[in-house]
Structures are given as C-alpha cells and as structure tokens.
Design a protein around this ligand. Structure first.
Ligand code: ADP
Ligand code: MG
Length: 321
C-alpha cells in the first residue's frame, strides 16, 4: 500500500529548480511575485459524475484538470506561474496515479507552470486545482470592460465537446471516428494561454471570458458586468470540425450554447483588428469575429446576410439540471 506521503513524493513532488522559493514539503509553499506584477488566482474543481464520467481515463483527467484552470488565466490575460492540487481519491492506485500525473505534468511543463503544493485525502474522486499567474497592473482582461462598438471575437472552434457529450449520452448517433474526434475536444481542451497573454500585454482587447458553460451564457456575463448588449451573427460562429458536418440547427445550437469549449471570447475596438489577427497568427490560434457590442441591453441574433434571427438558446447551469 502507498502511504499518503509516499504517494505525494512519488507522483507529485518533483525536484525542479522552479519559480517557487519553496515548493512541496513544508506547511506552505513560498512564491515570490515578479517585481511590479499582479498575481492572478483562480480555482476550478472537477467532480466525478458531474464534470467527468466515472472511469474516465486518468491521463486525460490530469490534462483537463489543469487545462480548465489555465483557461481562466488565459481569459484574464495572465501568464501561468504555479498551481496547487487538492485531490480526494477513493484508493491509491499506481496505474491511475501514473496516468494522472503524466497528463497533468505534460500540460504544466508546456506552460512552465509549477506544482508547488496541495492536499491529498481519501474520498470520492474530486480534483481541485488553484492556479497562480502574473499580469501587469491595469492589463488584466476584465468582464466589465466591454464597450459599445467593440467587435466580439472567439478563439478556435466551438461545439465539438458538446457534440461528443450528445454522442456519449445517446442524444445523437455518431459514427465511432466522429465521436472519437469530438471526444478529444471534450477530454483534452487546449487552454488559449498565449493568445490571452498577448491580448493583455499589447492592450488589444477590452473584456474577455473563457467559454466553459457555452458562448451565450459566458458572453452574457460580459454583457451584464459591462452593462451593454450585443448582436451575434449565428452563421459566423466557428463550428468544430466534427460539428461542421452536422445540420444547421445543431451547428447553431451547439456553437452558441454547448459547453466545455475552453475557448476565449473577447471584445476589442475595431481599430485593433489587424493587430489581433497578427497576435493570433503568432501564437497559432485562429480567431473569428462573431458580432458587436451595443448600447442596448440583451442579446440579438442575425444570419450571415444581417437579417434578424429568433434563436432561443441557453447555456448550461449546474443548478438548473
Ligand atoms: P499538511 O499536514 O500541512 O496539510 P500535508 O501532509 O497534507 O501537509 O502535505 C505535505 C506536503 O505535501 C505539503 O507541502 C503539501 O503542499 C504537499 N502536498 C500534499 N498533497 C499534494 C498534492 N496532491 N500535490 C502536491 N503537493 C501536495
Ligand atoms: Mg494536508
């Protein structure tokens, strides 16, 4: 049997000459902020049966647990520095711990984000990560900063994760390769860290949010906090490659209100269009202009021709289902 301390030592403590002044092994970690920078902090919890199915592959889970947290830093325009990991595990299984830590550290190393501490306990599988990032004062991309006249942009593509969920739940029959391809988007999302950081560092965007519960709901948070409204072009929403092969009604529903995309939705003045496209090309993350911020409250839709559309869509809410 693995003891709690062996488990931490074998799978989570790594001898890294990292950023932290003191890492795993004492009562607290010590982290020295870079001179003149603000610390951006965010936590996200993944609960078995709620955020992932029981029996989910451990390596993918390791990736996703950190990815959803890095996505929050990205949406703020902060660069990742370190994270903590609080883990409740039903049993200390070596195969699970190896897979989980492999997925976790592969993504952490990609972003130079160091594991500096955490907590480990026995219990129903539950993974809670807190990330620490850095952003220059005044540069963070806040939800409250959208202005009338701003373009609305989204990174990457939307809806494939929701399509995979529909496949797994049997809401839709999808061929096996399509389900596997869409499933990759659901299980191993790519946090848009480089794009978010460039948008903030170059003052290209006003407001931003990461899309975890669906575009409509998440953009809704920007509209509410910024006290503005918006018009979106339903035909401009970039569908994921698998969703793109599906009928229009499904494409519209899942790009607008699917969950688990972990793309960034941001608003920016029209004068920044070229600089935004250049930044996006620099970090290899496509971006698409999907609408415009307006004075009048509420969300309106048009089709590609600009004709008004009546779309009734809502995002996922943990307490409404
Ligand atoms: P405490 O008794 O103060 O809660 P623990 O015995 O739980 O400390 O943890 C010992 C050390 O191991 C601490 O530095 C803690 O941050 C770290 N640690 C515990 N669990 C994890 C984990 N899952 N990942 C990374 N570090 C961990
Ligand atoms: Mg502890």
């Amino acid at each position: 049997m693995l003891s709690e301390f062996d488990l931490i030592k074998q799978y989570f403590a790594r001898p890294l000459p990292g950023r932290a002044a003191l890492g795993i092994g004492d009562d607290c970690a010590l982290l020295a902020p870079s001179a003149g920078m603000q610390t951006a902090i965010s936590s996200d919890m993944l609960v078995e049966g709620r955020h992932f199915f029981a029996g989910e592959d451990a390596q993918r889970l390791g990736h996703k647990s950190l990815a959803v947290n890095l996505s929050d830093l990205a949406a703020m325009g902060a660069r990742p520095v370190a994270f903590t990991l609080a883990l409740a595990l039903p049993a200390a299984e070596r195969a699970w711990l190896e897979g989980f830590s492999r997925g976790l550290f592969a993504l952490a190393d990609l972003h130079g984000c160091e594991l500096i501490g955490g907590d480990t306990t026995k219990g129903p599988l539950n993974i809670c990560i807190t990330v620490f990032g850095e952003v220059a004062p005044g540069r963070a991309l806040r939800r409250s900063a959208a202005r009338p006249g701003d373009d609305i942009w989204v990174s990457g593509t939307l809806g494939d994760a929701r399509l995979a969920l529909a496949g797994y739940l049997g809401e839709l029959a999808l061929p096996a390769e399509q389900l596997a391809a869409a499933g990759t988007r659901m299980h191993t999302p790519t946090p848009r860290v480089a794009l978010g950081a460039l948008l903030a560092e170059r003052s290209l965007a006003h407001a931003a949010i990461d899309i975890s519960d669906g575009l409509v709901g998440d953009l809704g948070h920007i509209l509410e906090k910024s006290r503005v409204g918006a018009t979106l072009n339903a035909d401009a929403l970039p569908a994921g490659p698998v969703l793109a092969t599906q009928p229009q009604a499904l494409r519209r529903a899942f790009t607008a209100a699917g969950g688990d995309d972990y793309e960034i939705c941001f608003t920016a003045p029209a004068s920044r269009r070229e600089a935004i496209l250049a930044a996006a090309a620099e970090c290899g993350t496509p971006v698409t202009r999907i609408g415009r911020i307006e004075d009048a409250a509420g969300l309106r839709w048009t089709d590609a021709s600009g004709a008004p559309l009546a779309l009734e869509l809502s995002s996922f809410d943990h307490f409404s289902t």
